[in-house]
Write a protein that binds this ligand. Structure first.
Ligand SMILES: *Cc1c(COP(=O)(O)O)cnc(C)c1O
Length: 351
């Protein structure tokens, strides 16, 4: 299979002459910068944020390349993963004509982004054990199917999708395969990043919003071969990652050890909450999780949800989603938060 990314790209994007910002045209060190209509005096009150940031975030990408073991020019940084998702739709999907394949229950943003871009979603539900239905996926693909979104570990079910099934799709589908690894840090499964040399149609999404504890700074990562990364850089807003985020993330990335410690603690808590829930008769099923949350099915799930809310404990009601009937998604919190959660679940069923 000779994969040519340019055949998938929308015509308007292929023809696009990208905006050339001042910082694109001159990015070296000079003593007098009069090319970007900035304020030469500084910024009020806070430090100096008067200069436009590096549009390609070179320093940050070098550091991330080290940590992730992916070359710098295989990395795109977005204002959260959501920006990367939206860009992929705008690059590859002709509104009103093209379509994508989604495998529910899964992360809601793929469909929202599709709808915003007027792209039809073909939905192929996961099997009862939350794995890919490969035959149905193959049957759903047509000439206008441009992307397939696979979330692994999957939100809201928590399980990893079989790596071999993802590879089957990568090999057989001529469009873009997006593998969303937002929760990969909590999983025993290996990231797909090592397969990038093999799969020119692969886009891997990761984020600093979960394990790294930086949700408020909004930094999402996409890994792909250079052809796709270049397209994303051409279409993104020129200064999509602000200077404060670039600086703060540079510092936070020194805390790998702290993050690894938290991951271990979350995994330990996840296993102990799972056991405790399994001991409650009214908990019908606790799904094994590779993420920092668990999906469980409860008797009277809606009433339990409301009871917990009254007690100040907010979980996510997923009971309306396909294959998630009676399901609540519960984020693993700090130990005392988890203890309170379990106490209130027991109180609810004892009343
Ligand atoms: C939380 C989450 C993200 C992260 O989104 P950001 O915009 O980077 O905060 C991406 N994908 C999935 C499946 C998620 O659950």
């Amino acid at each position: 299979m000779a994969f040519d990314v340019n055949k998938l790209v929308r015509n308007n994007i292929r023809r696009l002459q990208p905006y050339s910002s001042a910082r694109n045209e001159f990015s070296g060190d000079a003593s007098v910068m009069l090319d970007a209509n900035e304020n030469a005096f500084g910024s009020p009150v806070i430090g100096n944020y008067n200069r436009y940031p590096d549009p390609l975030q070179n320093k940050l990408k070098e550091k991330l390349a080290d940590i992730k073991g992916v070359p710098k020019d295989y990395i795109f940084l977005g204002n959260g993963s959501d920006e990367a998702i939206d860009l992929l739709f705008r690059i590859f999907c002709q509104p009103g004509i093209d379509n994508v394949v989604l495998v529910p229950p899964t992360y809601g943003m793929y469909e929202v982004s599709a709808q915003i871009n007027d792209v039809y979603c073909k939905k192929v539900p996961l099997t009862a054990d939350y794995q890919l239905n490969l035959d149905e996926i193959a049957a759903s693909i047509d000439q206008n199917t441009k992307m397939i979104f696979i979330c692994s570990p999957n939100n809201p079910t928590g399980n990893s999708i079989k790596a071999q099934d993802i590879e089957t799709i990568l090999v057989n589908f001529d469009g873009i395969v997006v593998v969303d690894e937002a929760y990969i840090n909590f999983s025993k499964q290996r990231s797909f990043t090592y397969t990038l040399p093999e799969f020119p149609n692969l886009v891997i999404l990761q984020t600093l919003s979960k394990a790294w504890g930086l949700a408020a700074l909004r930094l999402g990562l996409a890994f792909a071969n250079k052809g796709i990364i270049n397209l994303m850089n051409r279409v993104k807003p020129p200064y999509n990652i602000n200077q404060a985020t670039q600086e703060m993330v540079m510092k936070a990335l020194d805390g790998v050890e702290q993050v690894n410690q938290w991951i271990q603690e979350v995994v330990k808590e996840r296993e102990s909450i799972t056991q405790e829930l399994e001991n409650i008769a009214q908990v019908k099923k606790v799904y094994p999780s590779d993420a920092n949350f668990i999906l469980a099915k409860f008797e009277k799930a809606k009433e339990l949800f409301i009871h917990l809310k009254k007690k100040g404990v907010i979980v996510r009601d997923r009971s309306n989603q396909a294959l998630c009937e009676q399901g609540l998604r519960i984020t693993i919190g700090a130990p005392e938060e988890n203890a309170l959660l379990l106490r209130e679940i027991k109180n609810f069923y004892e009343d």
